[in-house]
Design a protein around this ligand. Structure first.
Ligand code: ADP
Ligand code: IOM
Length: 342
């Protein structure tokens, strides 16, 4: 392919870091699952509003295309080439008493991690057969879960439009036809091999074969962040008893988008901050200080509605899972304090 034409609309870290020299060096390379630079950057080229704009097809992509990935990882996570990742999934280490016992601000809390099976390509390079294999393995494993984690797997293929739309509207299920995932090759053979597992209360959920092969999710109404984290840690531990996930000492858990490397964790609250919504400068001072990201209430690339925001940790690599949740918690405490001052 030719060096892409980036316009001033292209805002991604990929468009910032892909110089012509790096492009020429990487353009003819591929990984052992035949993943190329062209596939890796297609989403960021087609979607100028991408934040990152580059995906990996397998763990090897992070090595083969390191001249592009390393500066992006360094800028997003503040994590250097020789740094080592550390994991801590001990919920006892989190200090997080409910910051909003009266339920005035926090509507709900959700913490998710991404996981991908060892030795199987990531979503952008996986074959249709491998995707189905992942669905089979993971849903079988989940069928052994008991007590509060016990639930049912619902494949997307065959789910009624009504059920699907209700699950999406209620924030439980991923959207259909996401244009960022589409051009990353992640929507191939849709909807086959995709689905959602959840318990009756919908407090423990697993997405299968969306942006990552697994998104393991714990969520509930209100601000009991510790309880949400405890449930998630328990579920991860149970899954790891019988499944091996792609992981290395440098990058932690391997994910298709470099923003998720390391812990692959996004801990968020949906929170009402109508006063701060009118004072975005003050708002962003706090979110920058606590390494937080602001999203709209229908997930990534959506807008906030009625002064309600999705606030989550931004750093995911080089910090532990406990620290990710602590970043979000400490920032939320500071946001509520500021909101009350207006
Ligand atoms: P991900 O978190 O997996 O990166 P998204 O940002 O697209 O993906 O969010 C997925 C879904 O989870 C969306 O419907 C979003 O509204 C919902 N969600 C995220 N955080 C919360 C929360 N704290 N409470 C309720 N729903 C949430
Ligand atoms: N994780 C991914 N969906 N996102 C960061 C894409 C992007 O905006 O580049």
């Amino acid at each position: 392919m030719q060096y892409p034409t980036f316009t001033k609309e292209h805002k991604s870290l990929m468009s910032k870091h892909l110089s012509e020299d790096i492009f020429n060096k990487l353009n003819t390379l591929n990984t052992s699952s035949f993943f190329t630079l062209e596939q890796a950057i297609n989403s960021g080229i087609k979607n100028p509003d991408s934040g990152i704009g580059v995906y990996a097809g397998d763990e090897e992509s992070y090595k083969v295309f390191e001249d592009l990935f390393d500066p992006i990882i360094e800028e997003y996570h503040g994590f250097a080439k020789d740094d080592k990742h550390q994991s801590n999934l001990d919920a006892n280490d989190l200090i997080a008493p409910n910051p909003d016992v009266k339920g005035k601000y926090i509507i709900s809390t959700r913490i998710r991690v991404g996981r991908n099976l060892k030795n199987i390509p990531l979503g952008p390079a996986i074959s249709d057969e491998q995707r189905l294999e992942v669905e089979k393995l993971v849903s079988k494993e989940l069928s052994n879960f008991e007590n509060d984690l016990s639930g049912t797997y619902y494949p997307l293929d065959g789910m009624s439009e009504k059920d699907k739309n209700t699950l999406i509207e209620d924030h439980f299920l991923f959207k259909t036809g996401d244009r960022f995932l589409e051009s990353a090759g992640l929507n191939k053979d849709w909807p086959k091999g995709r689905g959602i597992y959840h318990n009756d209360e919908k407090t423990f959920l697993v997405w299968i074969n969306e942006e990552d092969q697994l998104r393991i999710i714990s969520m509930q109404n209100g601000g009991n962040i510790k309880e949400v984290f405890q449930r998630l840690c328990k579920a991860i531990q149970k899954l790891e008893e019988n499944m091996s996930f792609s992981f290395n000492e440098h990058l932690g858990y391997i994910t298709s988008c470099p923003t998720n490397l390391g812990t692959a964790m996004r801990a968020s609250v949906h929170i009402k901050l109508p006063n701060l919504a009118q004072n975005m400068k003050e708002f962003e001072k706090i979110t920058n200080k606590y390494y937080l990201q602001i999203r709209g209430i229908h997930g990534e690339h959506s807008q906030s509605e009625d002064g309600i925001f999705d606030i989550s940790n931004k750093r995911r690599l080089g910090v532990t899972e406990v620290q990710c949740v602590q970043d979000m918690y400490d920032g939320v405490v500071a946001l509520i304090k500021k909101e009350q001052e207006f």
